[in-house]
Design a protein around this ligand. Structure first.
Ligand SMILES: Cc1cc2nc3c(=O)[nH]c(=O)nc-3n(C[C@H](O)[C@H](O)[C@H](O)COP(=O)(O)OP(=O)(O)OC[C@H]3O[C@@H](n4cnc5c(N)ncnc54)[C@H](O)[C@@H]3O)c2cc1C
Ligand SMILES: NC(=O)C1=CN([C@@H]2O[C@H](COP(=O)(O)OP(=O)(O)OC[C@H]3O[C@@H](n4cnc5c(N)ncnc54)[C@H](O)[C@@H]3O)[C@@H](O)[C@H]2O)C=CC1
Length: 444
């Protein structure tokens, strides 16, 4: 029996442990350490919980210490790994009760995830400056929201978390200002023609937008009272920091190779530079098919897939990631946006010479009820016409459409091959002159 030690048991770690125990039961001794008290918390449901769109957090967990132990793992919760001796292959950990562990391993899987970036600004330690990552963070925010103390919330960062939380706080009847140093929301994922539509939705629902402003300090006596930016000041009782994640990769010390933001650099088998040491999820890099290079993209979807890959390889199999496109989606007051790969603006920042094929039309023929407009953009390279990105926006549920483009990027499909692609037609769903076909046919 070989021994596999897994550090971190949220999405990546849980996927790895389940894969090992489901595919090769009784063949491996699996020991798991997690510093937290819970496993598998779906952060993606946090805004729904805070916004009262779901009744509680119970459904946001899909695994537990008990479930993993029933499958045969030894799981130490509330136990932090403090050091790894990569030469002697020993993991050192300390429990909440000060119990100390010295656990030898044959294979090691690092799944230590990420933590929110805390900008180094005065006032960051004031009461009511909140982070939103773990279950406990959301619980604390909800408890504070239910007091009269919090009427005005400043959300700093208008990326995915910030935009979702802005909606959630409005649903709690709070005044909300959404601040981002970029000139628009969701700038890492969409072009401004798309993000402008989201900004309209936010403004229409009462969110004050403060884009193109950098927060310089948070002021207050003990508690948050004011947010100062380089251009304005905003009264606030709570400030939520949502300016991105950084990988939790301290344990690798000098021994593990890193990406520019500190993430463990891994190959397509999730192996680090050290034999028998794998890294998965938010603490590790991904291979990005849209740029053809290593990248950092923190998503639960990537975490789960990388966990499966590492587990199979740690068990002696041979499997490689297909790479990722950073496919993502968001739904705010019923307005849906999905994207994959690079936006036009991002591709140009990467130095790619790209064009966009755009189209806008109703999802279904005009004679159908419950119909909505859909806006689509396909981004492709001018030189070889290979698709590198796509964006879609609608009040209709267009989420499944983006998967086609995710595969197209992965498989390096050209825009021309989409032109006559066989897309089915049924009035209940779409039009004979499908907007995907029409966008491709209209490509330069
Ligand atoms: C509000 C919010 C909404 C999100 N929505 C989405 C979404 O809709 N779709 C999507 O794909 N992604 C979403 N994400 C991102 C997603 O949650 C992360 O990408 C995902 O959690 C990464 O999983 P992970 O297991 O790699 O890392 P983490 O979730 O960060 O887990 C790491 C685990 O390692 C443990 N750990 C760390 N250090 C140690 C140590 N030294 N010893 C022991 N244990 C340790 C931690 O306790 C933790 O349990 C969202 C995130 C947030 C915060
Ligand atoms: N629906 C989904 O798929 C979701 C995915 N996630 C993922 O979780 C991770 C973390 O999410 P976010 O924290 O929202 O990161 P993000 O990268 O999506 O957004 C961070 C935002 O903060 C802004 N910013 C950076 N520094 C700033 C500063 N000093 N002042 C003001 N603004 C600043 C950036 O311009 C950016 O708009 C991301 O990888 C994200 O994709 C999170 C929520 C939902």
């Amino acid at each position: 029996m070989s021994k596999i030690v897994v550090i971190g048991a949220n999405h990546a770690g849980t996927a790895a442990v389940n894969t090992i125990l489901d595919t090769a039961p009784d063949q491996h001794q699996v020991v798991v350490f997690d510093a937290n008290s819970n496993i598998s918390f779906l952060g993606c449901g946090m805004a729904l919980w805070i916004g009262g769109q779901i009744s509680g957090p119970e459904g946001l967990f899909y695994s537990s210490q008990k479930l993993l132990q029933q499958k045969g793992a030894l799981v130490h919760m509330l136990t932090t790994v403090t050091k790894i001796d990569f030469d002697r292959k020993i993991v050192y950990a300390e429990g909440y009760d000060h119990a100390r562990y010295e656990e030898p391993y044959e294979k090691l899987i690092l799944a230590t995830g990420s933590q929110p970036i805390i900008p180094d600004i005065p006032g960051k330690d004031l009461e009511n400056v909140q982070l939103v990552k773990r279950y406990q963070d959301a619980d604390e925010v909800i408890q504070k929201l239910h007091t009269d103390q919090i009427q005005k919330v400043a959300v700093i960062g208008a990326g995915y978390i910030g935009v979702e939380l802005a909606e959630a706080f409005k649903r709690n009847g709070k005044e909300v200002v959404l601040i981002d140093c970029a000139p628009t929301c969701l700038s890492g994922y969409y072009d401004s023609d798309f993000t402008n539509l989201m900004s309209e939705v936010l403004e229409k629902n009462g969110v004050q937008l403060a884009f193109g402003e950098s927060v310089t300090r948070i002021e207050g006596t003990n508690r948050v009272e004011k947010i100062l930016t380089d251009q304005n000041e905003y009264d606030a009782d709570m400030a939520v920091l949502a300016v991105g994640f950084r990988p939790n990769s301290k344990l690798g010390g000098e021994r593990l190779e890193r990406f520019r933001n500190g993430a463990y650099r891994v190959n397509r088998q999730q192996r680090t530079n050290l034999p028998d040491v794998y890294a998965i999820g938010d603490c590790a890099t991904v291979y990005d098919n849209s740029t053809g290079d290593v990248n950092y993209i923190a998503l639960a979807s990537n975490a789960v897939r990388s966990g499966i890959v590492a587990a199979v390889n740690a068990c002696g199999g041979q499997i490689e990631t297909e790479g990722v496109q950073g496919s993502n989606g968001i739904s705010i007051w019923g307005f849906n946006m999905v994207s994959t790969g690079l936006s036009l603006e991002k591709a140009r920042r990467y130095g790619l010479d790209v064009c966009a094929a755009d189209f806008e039309d109703y999802q279904k023929p005009r004679f159908m009820n419950h119909n909505e407009k859909v806006k689509i953009r396909i981004v492709y390279r001018r030189d070889n016409r290979v698709i590198v990105g796509a964006q879609m926006a609608s009040r209709y549920d267009i989420s499944m459409g983006i998967h086609l483009f995710s595969l197209a990027i992965q498989e390096k499909v050209t825009i021309d091959r989409l032109k006559l692609l066989d897309l089915f037609f049924l009035p209940h769903f779409n039009q004979p002159y499908n907007y995907i076909t029409m966008a491709a046919l209209n490509a330069e």
